[in-house]
Write a protein that binds this ligand. Structure first.
Ligand SMILES: *Cc1c(COP(=O)(O)O)cnc(C)c1O
Length: 472
């Protein structure tokens, strides 16, 4: 790269803007303050014929996106399930971009390959997954699902003498997928991408805690005992954070030769906390596990992890050999395990996050988020005009807002209050429909969230409801 003054100057400029953004986060509105027309009007400039000085590009970019960035890097963002970025993880991400390594192979990025190898070992350790499991660092949990399902498809069909990598799915025995109704849309998208077909997903009954009923699974397995089968289980479902009963469900599925896959996008991290580890009891017996780094571990986007108990099936579904590629026998080539070819060396930020926190730090992060989620839900839920729908067992809970006049209008009222809270700018929440009722989701997964953030957020909700802030 040319290292003339201007190319280095623009990096300092970007660093300056990044630091001032992060420093101001605590004072800035958490939601967006401009609309889509404004953003388009500012950003949709005519594509220029001539070049621009890099500093001008960056200065204008920073100006034009203002008000269009959500404060998810800060401590009062409780929408969806979105973590922040730990300091060392963010710094490592800056270096990742600067180092610009192509982490396809050991040969194209030697240090990145070894960092990923080590990160994989640490992740299996901290998540209590089998040491022999293979893994892949992918863009997010959805691609982790796709990676795990590709291995599952290989294993289930090769047991039936069908080489799916060679022959495809045309004429192959259909693979059925058994799941509770709580399945996340990202899993369904992975099913679609792999050609397994949405119609193969059979939705089974859940209990009062949104956990898959063992009796329902037993019956579905018995209905067609020899069909190639994937059983999807949840470790932390998105509305109430439900965990399936792995200890009874996994051995049951295994008796029928099913492949058990766990969606633990955030919930898998319960295993890292002595306090919440019991929720994951029995989960190590699954065949594959998908989780995220960019949610609860607080590494920057995009970062998810796939783990697979059957390394051979995993490798067979992904590996590729070509004459111009250099392979190292004693190094780990990411391409043997990853769906992508050229890729970002996303291992650096995971490595940095785990080093920054250590075992105790990860446990503390998980437990802190759960504590704050509980205080938020119970604090908001005890305000006049609010109601707790789900008291968090981990970091997810639900509240709703009651219409003072008509019983029927709670749904509308709930959506109105959520919009008003977001507009007030102190805190950010999203909505959902749960058991037929509109609800406000409370999800805490940021290392930044502090007791002060919880206090400010409850007070802001109180002001929106027109009641006395309880914590002033
Ligand atoms: C977020 C989430 C996903 C999808 O993860 P991405 O990283 O966005 O692909 C899947 N399952 C659950 C339970 C989630 O919360």
């Amino acid at each position: 790269m040319e290292t003339d003054d201007s190319s280095l100057r623009v990096l300092s400029l970007a660093q300056h803007h990044a630091l001032s953004y992060l420093t101001n986060l605590d004072r800035a509105p958490v939601g967006a303050t401009v609309d889509v027309q404004t953003l388009r009007h500012r950003l949709n400039k005519p594509l220029a014929d001539s070049r621009l000085p890099p500093e001008q590009v960056i200065t204008e970019l920073v100006k034009d996106v203002e008000g269009g960035l959500l404060g998810s890097a800060g401590g009062r963002f409780f929408g969806w399930v979105i973590g922040g970025s730990l300091p060392a993880a963010l710094a490592a991400d800056w270096l990742t971009a600067s180092w610009d390594q192509n982490a396809a192979l050991y040969a194209t990025a030697p240090a990145a390959a070894v960092v990923e190898e080590v990160a994989g070992l640490w992740l299996k350790d901290i998540l209590s997954l089998p040491a022999h499991a293979s893994f892949a660092l992918v863009t997010g949990c959805q691609m982790a699902h796709a990676t795990c399902l590709a291995a599952a498809r290989h294993a289930l069909l090769s047991e039936r003498d069908w080489d799916v990598e060679k022959r495809g799915l045309y004429g192959a025995p259909p693979i059925r997928i058994l799941s509770s109704a709580q399945l996340h849309g990202s899993f369904e998208r992975a099913v679609r991408l792999l050609g397994l077909g949405r119609d193969q997903v059979i939705s089974l009954a859940s209990d009062a805690h949104d956990r898959l009923e063992p009796a329902a699974l037993q019956k579905a397995l018995e209905d067609d005992p020899s069909a190639p089968t994937i059983v999807l289980l949840q470790a932390g479902e998105i509305n109430i954070g439900a965990f399936d009963d792995f200890e009874s469900l996994i051995p049951l599925a295994k008796r029928y030769g099913a492949w058990v896959h766990l969606d633990g996008a955030f919930g898998l991290w319960a295993a890292a906390s002595p306090r919440y580890r019991h929720l994951m009891k029995g989960a190590e017996a699954a065949d594959s596990w998908a989780t995220d780094g960019h949610k609860w571990l607080n590494v920057p986007f995009d970062c998810g992890y796939a783990f697979i108990a059957h390394a051979d099936a995993h490798r067979a579904s992904m590996t590729h050999r070509a004459a111009y590629i250099t392979h190292h026998d004693d190094a780990r080539d990411e391409m043997d395990w990853n769906p992508e070819w050229s890729r970002r060396s996303r291992g650096f930020s995971t490595y940095a996050a785990l080093r920054e926190l250590g075992r105790d730090g990860v446990a503390d992060l998980i437990e802190r988020c759960c504590r704050h989620a509980h205080s938020l839900v119970m604090g908001i839920g005890s305000l006049p005009g609010a109601e707790v729908l789900w008291e968090p067992t981990i970091n997810q809970g639900l509240v709703r807002f009651l219409d003072p006049s008509t019983e029927q209008d709670h749904d509308r009222r709930t959506d109105e209050v959520i919009a008003a809270i977001v507009a007030a700018g102190e805190a950010f929440f999203g909505g959902t429909t749960w058991r037929g009722k509109r609800a406000m989701r409370v999800s805490v997964c940021s290392w930044q969230t502090s007791p002060e953030d919880v206090r400010r957020s409850i007070n802001s909700v109180a002001r929106v409801l027109g009641v006395e802030p309880p914590n002033s």
